[in-house]
Design a binder for this molecule. Sequence first.
Ligand SMILES: *[C@@H]1O[C@H](CO)[C@@H](O)[C@H](O)[C@H]1NC(C)=O
Ligand SMILES: *[C@@H]1O[C@H](CO)[C@@H](O)[C@H](O)[C@H]1NC(C)=O
Ligand SMILES: *[C@@H]1O[C@H](CO)[C@@H](O)[C@H](O)[C@H]1NC(C)=O
Ligand SMILES: *[C@@H]1O[C@H](CO)[C@@H](O)[C@H](O)[C@H]1NC(C)=O
Ligand SMILES: *[C@@H]1O[C@H](CO)[C@@H](O)[C@H](O)[C@H]1NC(C)=O
Ligand SMILES: *[C@@H]1O[C@H](CO)[C@@H](O)[C@H](O)[C@H]1NC(C)=O
Ligand SMILES: *[C@@H]1O[C@H](CO)[C@@H](O)[C@H](O)[C@H]1NC(C)=O
Ligand SMILES: [Zn+2]
Length: 925
Amino acid sequence: MGKGVYISKGLAIATVVVTVSAICGIVLMVVMYQLQIEKKPPVRPPTFAPTTPFPTGPPPSLRLPDSLVPESYEIFLQPYLYVELPNATDQTPFFKGNSTVRFQCVKNTRSIFLHALQLNVTKVVVTHSVTGDNIGVGRTTLHEDESNFFEIQLKEVLIGNGSYYDLFTEFEGQLLDDLAGLYMSQYSKNTSDEKEKRFLVASQMQPTDARKVFPCFDEPAMKAVFNVTIIHRSDTKAQSNSRMGKVVVHGPLLSQTAYGEQWVATKFVPTPRMSTYLLAFTVNGFESKDTDYGHTKIKTFARPEAVKAGHADYASIITPKVLKFYEDRFNLSYPLFKLDQIALPDFGAGAMENWGLIMYRETALLYDEHVSSTSNKEWIATVIAHEVAHQWFGNLVTMKWWNNLWLNEGFATYMSYLGVDHVEPDWNIRDLIVLKEIQPAMEVDSLNSSHPLSSTEAEVQTPSDISNLFDGISYSKGAAVLRMLSAYIGESNFFAGLKVSGGMLIASVASIYNDIQSIMKGWTEQVGYPVITINTTSGEVSQERFVLNQTGGYGLIWQVPITYMIRKPNFSPKPGQWLLVNINCTGYYRVNYDEDNWNKLIDQLETNHDYIPLINRGQLIDDAFNLARAKYVNVTLPLKTTKYLINETEYFPWESALNNLQFFILMFDRSEIYGPMQKYLRKQVSPLYNYFQNYTENATIPEKLTDQYNQINAISVACSNDVPECIEMATKLFQEWRNGTNRIPPNLKSTIYCSAIASGDEDDWDFAWKQYEAATIATEKDKLRYALSCTKKIWLLNRYLEYTLDPTKIRKMDVVSTINHIARNVAGQALAWDFIRGHWTQISQDYGGGLMSVGSLIDIVTERFSSEFELQQLKQFQRDYDEDGMGPATRALEQAIERTEANIQWVKENKQTVLNWFLQESQVP
Ligand SMILES: *[C@@H]1O[C@H](CO)[C@@H](O)[C@H](O)[C@H]1NC(C)=O
Ligand SMILES: *[C@@H]1O[C@H](CO)[C@@H](O)[C@H](O)[C@H]1NC(C)=O
Ligand SMILES: *[C@@H]1O[C@H](CO)[C@@H](O)[C@H](O)[C@H]1NC(C)=O
Ligand SMILES: *[C@@H]1O[C@H](CO)[C@@H](O)[C@H](O)[C@H]1NC(C)=O
Ligand SMILES: *[C@@H]1O[C@H](CO)[C@@H](O)[C@H](O)[C@H]1NC(C)=O
Ligand SMILES: *[C@@H]1O[C@H](CO)[C@@H](O)[C@H](O)[C@H]1NC(C)=O
Ligand SMILES: *[C@@H]1O[C@H](CO)[C@@H](O)[C@H](O)[C@H]1NC(C)=O
Ligand SMILES: [Zn+2]
């Protein structure tokens, strides 16, 4: 336990607000960002006298030396790719280019270090920018290590007197389907017709792949102006970050074309000063839906068929609204004259905020009201709002180095909820941040393997160090901590702080809260978060780091903003008041109380839950389950918090309970506990199912977003726990579809298809499979692919697993998630485990190439493991394949073994108590 704070009851709680104080990210952020918001490059004061000695050889760290400061680039890129293959022509998957980077020399140096990766650099010329004098080039070296340095030795010393030089390089590279750097993607205009194949070039630079496209100073603080020209075939379009300039070349460039096609050179006007990781290039045959916003032209690009069908409409309606909202909130105009967004059939991340040319997966940008569900729509709005927020946080102001990535991602994530709230005010999305970011962040942040938001620069050096930072901590915990700050200082102060530009911001926030910076440190530099323990009898309050597997002795202290309410229950048989802390979960911490207070809170839930704010009803459930897992409280306490759900219709508490009960289901769905547990869940969910029954039967849609989501919960819990009306309903709707009419609303498709297939036969499965093969819209295909995994028939599941090895049946990018779906089904769990062990060599070869997903395969397939036998199997598997054989799954396998050991322990300690509890509570009164 941390050091205790003693307070007397009632009024004294308020003093906690002062002693256990708050936090601030803005100050820190601006300190980091300040450097980049300046209009001029961050030039160190030039030294005009030659200084010796000058450095030779590679720099000691993986960071570029600070002797050269890039100012601007002139880049020509020519991808040799057909968007549509002419008759009997081979695709030509490579690109050529040249680049001139103008840089200033501020420290004596005899070599130029920049980055290049997987490029053939065929020519290097260095000249003095003003005199044009040639500087002799000696040896050039492409370092084949994690530095990715491209080293150019010079025949003379460049003097650090602030002179400008031009480095010209000519280079060639390949267009692979690796979703990194400049890459090629293919898709079908229509399914299963070879002639209808289409191709495009897209790019993904973040974090360190601009160096795969052209030699460059590829660090976020090495900002420069980019003058880009793309040379592309004349039946294609090209886009880049800035607006298109005039076409400088039109017609054949005879020396560069083997087939006599026409080429077009599209020149783009110079970009603002920006980081290399935000560059974007694409060549495609897409069309766009256009809207004007002031002098900014907003275009939403997609496959022509998708644009024609109106799938880009929703994005093009909300984007200008989001843009306007941020401009008002930040009091800073969007600085470019255009904002392009493009939906790509193949994209590694969900989306990427490239300045002026945001790239998305199709599912994150295209909305079809007849097929997409509300959660698809919410996802689209959220991703757009996130990426547009980056146009300020990340693009205009940028972290100096990747160790502060959380500033970019935390801010964009937090802002996206405000942006979506502005365009869809009926959704109440601001509350959903607790379910979607905060609870998940707390879950990973309660593991011993978590890490602090902010690391030191020295800890983040290699490309894989950098990639590893793109995780739930940077995004979700970052957002949680900023939301806590905003709630503490008040949202208007939060934005007032943001409105002041540059260095002024620090002054304006810090003068009011001059201790903010030191307070903030606890949340950004320390790993984890606290659990606040309150004894309402003695008034004692203490804190310590909350860790699921407590090993003790963390010695960390946070300054915690405490919000609370005290209430005397009106009609309670028990005397006294209850205390509730962390109202609306604005604080990033958990709360534990003495047993008496817990019981009063549970009593309040059961007598009249409306006295406890909605978000806190979910919090009480989530905290109780987690406190039990970490052994602060008995396992029956969280189970007791679920009893009142029989009278609850709101999404928030239900979702919190279901997320947590998932663990109980995994641990017990193969044991004698499952019967009583299902009986209990049937009892609890039946009133909720009935509450939504009219909507479900008439295929109408509840008005509130959270009601729509809770209707899905009601159906999936009712059907999976064998509530007869539910199964009848699902079967009936599915049979109607088989007979020709599908009137299942998009929201309910996933869960109803799944329930119908779970209780259906081979013909139902085959029907769904045919529908899957015929579907052309990505979201519909995904829903069916999931539903097919729900059958209880072992042989069907086995056949489905075999399909994953055939790319004409299941696309490669979907293999891992399909096996995961099957493993989540209790009937498929053992099959999936046998399957991946049996085909490990093939699976790890096909997916071992740096993709994280093989790790997720191990992670999900072993989720249920909780017996000694399963532990032995895992260890045998580890022995059978040496480290190389496991590839990226090595870490996942170690974690699976650790988790299985923890599960065995947990089941041993709690099984009997849980069984007794469900036996007792499943009795019908
Ligand atoms: C890029 O364009 C700007 C504006 O036309 C120009 O000042 C700059 O010199 C160009 N950069 C290079 C490297 O040619
Ligand atoms: C390609 O094939 C189509 C039909 O097979 C034919 O009409 C067209 O002329 C061919 N084009 C070329 C460039 O050979
Ligand atoms: C760079 O490439 C473009 C397009 O191929 C060409 O027009 C230009 O002359 C090249 N620049 C130099 C300096 O060779
Ligand atoms: C780069 O050069 C090597 C060796 O000459 C060659 O095998 C490779 O195909 C080249 N790559 C590209 C993209 O031109
Ligand atoms: C709370 O404080 C009371 C009074 O000091 C004490 O008797 C009790 O043991 C404490 N409860 C816990 C859980 O520490
Ligand atoms: C808690 O959240 C609800 C719903 O968003 C809101 O109405 C209420 O004012 C919030 N309470 C506090 C104390 O902020
Ligand atoms: C808890 O962590 C310790 C040390 O990290 C480990 O040895 C132990 O097995 C873990 N226990 C459980 C139940 O996970
Ligand atoms: Zn982001």
